[in-house]
Design a protein around this ligand. Structure first.
Ligand SMILES: C[S@@+](CC[C@H](N)C(=O)[O-])C[C@H]1O[C@@H](n2cnc3c(N)ncnc32)[C@H](O)[C@@H]1O
Length: 425
């Protein structure tokens, strides 16, 4: 089968495990390339692909998933800034910071890191940011540093006012930030990727490993570990964190940042256990609804002089859910679980409440209960990306590779169907 052969070539060249995106997605990319090459036989196309490096690059450019935006998921960048302030600046004032963003896609991630450093007052000469991606189209877009609305998501866009100039219906990144990042086209799977690279203090490798099978993921993590300096930190995507946890890395003590350091660091406490909870997905409306705490019962001052405070109005569903996520982020897992359970008693169809309960059960070591809750979440919302990816991780940890693959495929399809879905900040 020519399509199977093409899938194998893609896996070998760029690591893509076609099951994660589905063969139909690969086929669509191949058909687009065939149209561009004016070809109607897939067998002929396979022959061209085998012999033409240019066509190989063009197919890679078509099949990649370049989805990215500035301050994507927010928490990893807050954690990066906090780590620079708490750890780096106090111990390494005279050393040049080295940062790697791979894959960098069209540049939003490394430029966000550059904005974080500029906002902290770190001079451009005090840090080197290397950014790498396999796609020539992405690297060209990144060096152009001109962005449309799709690169700016969420409600906190103050950074855009500070660091961009609005012109011709797009936003041009100011030179002060643009020149802080060095872009290069490179393939993480090439042995040559390691050549002539000094160790990095910070590595961002987010939202790539989910498209690889287990052996390829391990190969890439081995490679990144070799590139990480002794006291360095590494950030992965939220569905990829098990890869470092399994190697004894320790989560950084910042909420839901999915950043890790080597295991010599202090042991994880309850608050940092919550830090490993994947980013949640709330609607914009839900996230911005005011969250108020409901006292367990009216206050009384002294035994006899009971002063009755008016009963607070009950929280809305959205507010209760927002409150539950906030409590979980702060490590108050029991209270967060209680909020979810109260909410589910009221309305049992809340997918996000099942999802958060699943994460809390897992943090408490009850994987079976976690799986039950996550399955309820995807029953109620079949496109719940985070629940799908998390179920994939659970399957993989149980040794159920086929199940893991199925959930990864579903998650990839959900991400493609709803690329603009907001993540609450
Ligand atoms: C979803 S984007 C992730 C971008 C960014 N890290 C983020 O999280 O927003 C995935 C990127 O991986 C790149 N990519 C795929 N295979 C690669 C490989 N073998 N080496 C380097 N980059 C690769 C693609 O070109 C694409 O831009």
């Amino acid at each position: 089968m020519p399509l199977t052969a093409i899938e194998q070539i893609l896996k070998q060249r760029m690591g893509l495990h076609s099951a994660t995106v589905g063969s139909a997605t690969v086929l669509q990319a191949v058909e687009r390339r065939m149209r561009d090459c004016d070809m109607d036989s897939i067998d002929d196309y396979l022959q061209v692909l085998r012999h033409s490096a240019t066509e190989m690059d063009a197919l890679i450019d078509d099949v990649i998933i370049p989805e990215t935006w500035f301050y994507r998921d927010r928490n990893p960048f807050d954690a990066f800034s906090a780590w620079i302030k708490d750890k780096w600046l106090s111990h390494n004032a005279l050393t040049r910071l080295r940062v790697l963003s791979v894959p960098c896609s069209s540049g939003e991630e490394p430029y966000t890191l550059a904005m974080c450093l500029a906002d902290l007052g770190v001079p451009a000469t005090a840090a080197q940011i290397d950014a790498v991606d396999i796609s020539r189209g992405n690297i060209d877009k990144a060096t152009g540093a001109n962005y449309g609305n799709n690169s700016f998501r969420g409600s906190d866009l103050a950074f855009r006012e500070r660091h961009f100039v609005h012109e011709n219906q797009s936003y041009r990144l100011k030179d002060e930030i643009r020149t802080r990042v060095s872009f290069a086209r490179a393939n993480l799977l090439d042995e040559a990727f390691l050549h002539r690279r000094e160790p990095y203090d910070v590595i961002f490798c987010r939202n790539l490993l989910i498209y690889f099978d287990r052996p390829t993921q391990n190969l890439v993590i081995d490679r990144l570990e070799r590139l990480l300096g002794g006291n360095g930190v590494m950030f992965l995507g939220h569905a990829e964190t098990s890869l470092l946890l399994e190697r004894g890395f320790t989560p950084l003590p910042y909420p839901r940042c999915f950043g890790f350091e080597r295991a010599s660091a202090p042991k994880q406490d309850v608050a940092t256990a919550a830090a490993t909870l994947p980013a949640h997905r709330l609607t914009k409306q839900g996230a911005s609804a005011p969250a108020r705490r409901t006292p367990a019962r009216p206050y009384s001052i002294g035994a006899d002089s009971a002063v009755t405070v008016p009963e607070p109005e009950p929280l809305t569903d959205d507010a209760m859910l927002t409150e539950a996520f906030r409590l979980a982020d702060q490590g108050h897992l029991d209270e967060a679980a209680e909020r979810c359970e109260n909410l589910l008693q009221r309305h049992s169809h809340q997918a996000n409440a099942h999802y958060l309960l699943g994460l809390i059960r897992e943090a408490a070591g009850n994987v079976q209960a976690a799986e039950t809750m996550l399955r309820k979440a995807i029953y109620l919302d079949p496109n719940h990306y985070e629940a799908l990816t998390h179920l994939g991780v659970i399957c993989r940890q149980k040794g159920d590779d086929a199940g893991a693959r199925r959930f990864q495929e579903r998650a990839a399809r959900a991400a493609q169907r709803h690329p603009l879905k907001e993540v609450a900040e």
